[in-house]
Design a protein around this ligand. Structure first.
Ligand code: OX2
Length: 841
């Protein structure tokens, strides 16, 4: 348009575009401009934080350029897009990641140094975007990195929480929570789209009418609208110009205040609606693997899926394709059951708004959606009371009943007279009140269902979703083993190891094809290479030791074996078993002669992780760890052979310091309970060995890296039910070593033992549901094997190298390609090729 009016204008636009070939100078000019114009500061008035902001704004300008080019290329090609719906995106920090992915780290680093700052300090100013609880949210973040890197036309959709996951501090060894007001300072990594606003309705009523064709149709007239406002977060790919988008919705009142109340002098009432609207996206629910049935959480879920679907449908309609093409243009992945209402919302749009017949609409819906299950823990299964849904979303509740009716009719047809089967498969749990089982709805409304590691995918097929496999057949149920992005989890977190690998392999191709790490195997017996490998690990351990000293005041010896367990605190993850084994070790060390102690491998046992604020037992585990640490760390008689550390406020940026520094990391869930785990992959990729159970992705890691390079122990998943039964009904004897440790706690050795009674009761009155007693013996033996193996430094170095070399499979790129090919049916669109093509036209 502009070109028609003024043919020379385009040249000017070109001339002043954000630079494509960026260098030190262009960075510095932009930096200084942002300091003076964006931040209204000057050279006399600038600190590390402003330097961070100016650098971030410079990078943001570049990201916006790529973001625009990518969106434009997608608009031109009109490809099938994939939409990843996740209530959590645990992104962490963005600056370092963007610099590395854009290939600007070096030039900008020099540039900022010339201006009087150190890049390291600048990077350290950023607060994490912590819009997630743990593995599920971090998986979504890794997947976005891979989608961008592999040039897929993808969007993420989530919520822009005003408060992310709480900050954890310790008071007398107990966890205390503080709000994470991460938007306190401006957030350069989001682009507010104040013009992209969607009205979302709750409540209201449904009426029926007869349309022109004599069909009876429903119309839902909602109550007061609440606005969803879009904030876009650009996600740059590595070594590509593609930059994709995560769209986060923020809630706002449509009407600012109620004039009637205002004029009557009822000022609080006048703003009440506004406050309620803003509440919807105020906080992230801090529960991992646990359902808490709060109405506000249900409102979050609907608010988010309704806004996202309206956006997706609007984008589809721009293509002017017939509505039957919807599944050819749109794939929607449901990250757990949290977005399941999207299935119902799309059916509602197609039937009530677009006027489609029910069956035609339902075919479109099921062809569009696919569902990822992340857990089989019963307490994590989402179900919502029918009365609450009826009152918040009356039309959706009707649609759910209809979906269920037609589904059960088809079951009945295939298996006549199997009433129990109908009851087991039903989307409605026939209790009082009734509940909607979200996983059942997600399965019925999707064409593919996947688990997140081999074992887990097999377990869902044989346990919780067994009857669905019987009805739908095997093909609907797939495995997609999780992955992690090597860009953040090796290149960014462990720059020294990354450099060493790049030097040996001759280039950085491995960052886009992680199987290339295999080539490192050539060097496992090269003494010089081994020496450098070990030196990198040593320097990462020293970096962590510094961090520990700063955060906790505890001095640790970085020559000791670093043994790390960092993850959410949960009974099934068995941090309790770990700390009990530490007490066991401590008691052995105390009994040793000085000579014996000299021969033992010194250990630093490191814990980190948050407990859900309402999870009493998990909080007691944190307290016990700190109580044990207090006693052990003060005890000079054991001569620094053991230290125990709890690192507070574990999050993504802290993980980037911890992960590269492990000799051993622990992934010791009761077999069958950890669906996959992803930190196991991060540690091994960084040359750390695993002490783990035969669970989740540990099994596949074992398969890849080989028997000699991993320490596995414990009962297998198929024994778990029998063992639990034995605890319940056979008065099973407790492992004697475990019993001795519990006696030690009860004697008051680690402070007032009354505090720990409920925790110890989980093993006795609670019938040891997570089978600590059954695995304790083999756990201790595995620990001994770790000590023994660590004595041979040369062999250990070899194991460490082989670990890294064999981790190709666990790149999130591999996982994303599998999703793209066997679930979404989407193809890469490299923006540069699209632009080249246009230039040649
Ligand atoms: C987690 C699972 O517990 C973990 O095993 C898995 O690696 C991760 O999701 C990513 O798939 N909430 N968090 C999870 O599941 C649920 C539910």
């Amino acid at each position: 348009e502009i070109a028609k009016w003024n043919p020379k204008a385009l040249d000017l636009w070109e001339k002043f575009a954000v630079p494509e070939n960026d260098d030190k100078e262009s960075f510095q000019s932009s930096f200084v401009r942002h300091v003076t114009s964006t931040l209204a500061r000057s050279v006399y008035n600038i600190d590390n934080f402003s330097a961070y902001q100016a650098t971030a704004h410079t990078v943001r300008d570049r990201l916006i350029k790529r973001w625009n080019d990518t969106q434009q290329a997608h608009a031109e090609v009109g490809p099938k897009r994939v939409y990843y719906l996740s209530l959590e995106f645990l992104l962490g920090r963005s600056l370092d990641n963007a610099l590395l992915n854009l290939g600007l780290k070096e030039s900008y680093g020099e540039g900022v140094e010339d201006l009087g700052f150190r890049m390291e300090d600048v990077l350290d100013q950023e607060v994490d975007a912590a819009l997630g609880n743990g593995g599920l949210g971090r998986l979504a973040a890794c997947y976005m990195d891979s989608l961008a890197t592999l040039d897929y036309p993808a969007w993420g959709y989530g919520l822009r929480y005003t408060y992310g996951i709480f900050q954890q501090r310790l008071n007398d060894g107990f966890q205390v929570e503080f709000p994470d007001y991460w938007l306190n300072f401006d957030n350069p990594w989001e682009l507010p789209r104040l013009d992209v606003v969607i009205d979302i309705y709750f409540g209201g009523s449904v009426s029926k009418y007869t349309d022109n064709n004599g069909r009876v149709r429903a119309i839902w007239e909602g109550g007061e609208p609440i606005q969803a406002v879009a904030y876009d977060v650009p996600i740059p790919g590595y070594g590509t110009k593609n930059c994709i988008n995560i769209r986060l919705w923020s809630s706002k009142p449509k009407r600012k205040f109620d004039l009637k109340h205002f004029n009557e002098g009822q000022y609080e009432k006048a703003v009440q609606a506004q406050m309620e609207a803003e509440n919807i996206t105020a906080v992230l629910y801090p529960n991992d693997n646990h359902m808490v049935g709060k109405e506000l959480r249900l409102k979050q879920q609907y608010f988010w899926v309704a806004a996202s679907l309206a956006d997706i449908v609007r984008r589809f309609k721009k293509s002017e394709k017939p509505i039957s093409d919807f599944p050819k243009q749109v794939a929607i992945q449901l990250n757990d059951t949290h977005p399941t209402l999207a299935i119902v919302e799309l059916q509602r749009i197609l039937v009530d708004v677009e006027g489609l017949e029910w069956d035609d609409a339902w075919d479109i819906v099921t062809d569009t959606f696919a569902f990822t299950n992340h857990t089989i823990l019963p307490e994590a299964m989402e179900k919502w009371p029918v009365p609450v849904l009826t009152y918040l979303l009356p039309r959706h509740m009707q649609i759910i009943f209809d979906i269920n009716l037609f589904f059960l009719q088809s079951v009945e047809k295939k298996y006549p007279d199997d009433r129990d089967l109908l009851a087991r498969l039903s989307i409605i749990e026939e209790s009082s009140p009734q509940f909607v089982r979200m996983a059942h709805l997600a399965i019925v409304g999707s064409h593919r269902v996947n688990g997140v590691a081999e074992l887990h995918s097999n377990l869902i097929k044989t346990t919780i979703f067994k009857d669905f496999v019987k009805f739908f057949g095997q093909e609907k149920f797939q495995n997609k083993t999780n992955g992690i992005t090597p860009r953040r989890w090796l290149h960014q977190a462990n720059p020294k190891l990354s450099d060493l690998i790049t030097e040996k392999l001759g280039n950085k191709d491995w960052l886009k094809d992680l199987f290339k790490l295999k080539q490192l195997e050539k060097y496992v017996d090269d003494p010089d290479f081994k020496k450098r490998w070990v030196a990198v690990k040593g320097s990462n351990k020293a970096r962590l030791a510094d961090y520990i000293k700063k955060q906790t005041g505890i001095s640790v010896n970085s020559n000791a074996l670093f043994d790390i367990q960092v993850k959410r605190i949960h009974e099934y993850k068995r941090q309790f078993m770990n700390i009990l084994s530490v007490i066991h070790r401590y008691n052995l060390l105390k009994k040793m002669t000085p000579k014996q102690r000299k021969e033992t491998v010194p250990r630093v046992v490191i814990f980190g992780g948050k407990a859900a604020p309402g999870y009493y037992i998990a909080k007691l585990v944190i307290k016990l760890i700190n109580s044990v640490a207090d006693v052990v760390n003060k005890d000079l008689s054991i001569e620094d052979t053991l230290k125990v550390v709890f690192i507070p406020d574990y999050n993504v940026s802290v993980a980037e310091i911890i992960v590269p520094a492990s000799d051993i990391s622990q992934h010791i869930s009761t077999a069958g309970t950890e669906a996959s785990g992803t930190s196991n992959m991060k540690f091994v990729l960084n040359g750390g060995l695993i002490l783990g159970t035969v669970d989740g992705a540990n099994i596949e890691i074992h398969e890849e890296i080989g028997d000699e390079n991993i320490f596995m122990f414990g009962n297998l998943a198929d024994k778990v039910e029998d063992l639990r039964h034995a605890h319940r009904y056979r008065n099973k004897q407790m492992d004697p070593a475990l019993k001795a440790v519990l006696d030690d706690i009860e004697s008051g050795h680690f402070g007032d033992p009354r505090i720990f009674v409920p925790l110890i009761n989980t093993l006795t009155i609670g019938k040891d549901y997570y089978l600590l007693s059954d695995d304790f013996g083999s756990y201790l033996r595995a620990q001994d094997m770790v000590d023994e193996a660590y004595k041979d430094k040369d062999e250990w170095a070899k194991k460490s190298i082989l670990c890294t070399a064999r981790m190709g499979k666990f790149s999130s790129d591999r996982a994303i390609k599998e999703y793209a090919e066997s679930i979404w049916n989407v193809e890469p669109i490299p923006v540069e090729e699209v632009r080249e093509h246009k230039l040649h036209e």
